[in-house]
Design a protein around this ligand. Structure first.
Ligand code: UDP
Ligand code: MG
Length: 317
């Protein structure tokens, strides 16, 4: 049987505390899969250092000096998780790699699920295999709730996403080729892959605690990520704002008629409170509407500039 070459791609941003452990776990896994003749012996692990400020890159260097199966890319500064994933995927597109798996560097996603992913891709010709968490008890209550709401909202907007799937997935060369056709700057990968289509499957795993170090996704980044996900895939928020605007205009016409009739009958008692309330209310709605539209215009601005998504400063192996 033809042995498939596997590349495991890991974005790493300030992960000095966990990278040695991660390398050890994944190397053992690769070794096991190679011994079982599941994958080719030149399969490898590739770290994409997203402009870390700590010793992450030094450690990647040490590891790649010591082991031939460790490769590394280093960004010139922090370009973000999604761009680090894109860089890794782009790097192996069109190469002799058969399957690329992306996984976080903190071992929160169960590496053993990779065995099943490769099995599905090899034996059942699946083009994409999504890792899906069926147990998120290790995440905080807040994170579970906000994530749940976010995916519900995306679904309501008509955006196809795989519930409880993050960026732990296997793709083959067919998918990698198609992926390169998506050239937008601000990418929301977990929305793109379901749109690419092809033959897909899911494998389930329990999400573990972070092995070491802290989350690189504080609330602010989570909100940015969610906003970018929504505005990349849907213009429904603009429609929504327009509808609210129309509704309020309708109401104000009714109010106008009411005031007009009232003044004819000389019974206008409409004083300061109602005036203030409507000014504040309308002002608020207007600002929100401008904000939503501005969000999209900002996005257009960023996209038309067509700047590089990332810049690779150094490479190893
Ligand atoms: N990450 C990255 N760039 C960033 C933030 C995060 O490459 O700007 C990487 C990080 O090193 C990790 C993965 O993305 O491998 C997921 O981040 P994290 O585990 O901190 O997120 P969480 O699991 O808490 O959502
Ligand atoms: Mg994590």
């Amino acid at each position: 049987m033809l042995k498939r070459k596997l590349a495991i791609i890991l974005p790493a941003y300030n992960e000095e505390e966990v990278i040695n452990k991660t390398t050890q776990v994944l190397s053992e896994l690769l070794q096991k899969m190679i011994l079982n003749s599941q994958i080719a012996s030149d399969s490898f692990i590739m770290y994409v250092d997203d402009g870390s400020a700590d010793r992450t890159w030094e450690l990647i260097n040490e590891l790649s000096d010591e082991y031939g199966h460790i490769k590394g890319l280093k960004f010139s500064h922090n370009f973000g998780h999604q761009n680090a994933l894109i860089a890794g995927l782009t790097e192996v597109t069109g190469s002799d790699v058969d399957f690329a798996v992306t996984i976080d560097a903190d071992l929160q996603d169960d590496p053993n699920a990779i065995i099943e992913m490769v099995e599905l891709a090899t034996n059942e010709n699946k083009d994409i295999v999504y890792g899906v968490r069926n147990d998120r008890t290790s995440d905080t209550w807040f994170k579970r709730q906000t994530a749940g709401l976010f995916y519900k909202f995306m679904n309501w907007l008509g955006v196809k996403t795989i519930p409880n799937h993050a960026d732990f997935r296997l793709v083959n060369q067919k998918v990698l080729g198609a992926f390169q056709e998506y050239t937008e700057r601000d990418m929301f990968l977990r929305g793109i892959f379901p749109v690419i289509g092809f033959n897909s499957a899911e494998v389930f795993y329990a999400r573990a605690e972070r092995e070491a170090g802290e989350t690189k996704y504080p609330l602010k980044k989570m909100l940015q990520f969610a906003t970018s996900g929504i505005t990349s895939f849907s213009v429904v928020p603009i429609t929504l704002v327009r509808n609210v605007g129309l509704l309020i205009s309708g109401i104000s016409i009714l109010m106008l008629i009411y005031i007009f009739i009232g003044s004819i009958m000389q019974q206008t008692q409409l004083g300061w409170p109602s005036l203030m309330v409507s000014i504040w209310f309308l002002g608020g709605i207007q600002l929100t509407a401008i904000g939503v539209i501005g969000e999209y215009i900002g996005k257009i601005f960023m996209e038309v500039k067509h700047r590089p998504r990332y810049i690779v400063a150094e490479r190893r192996n």
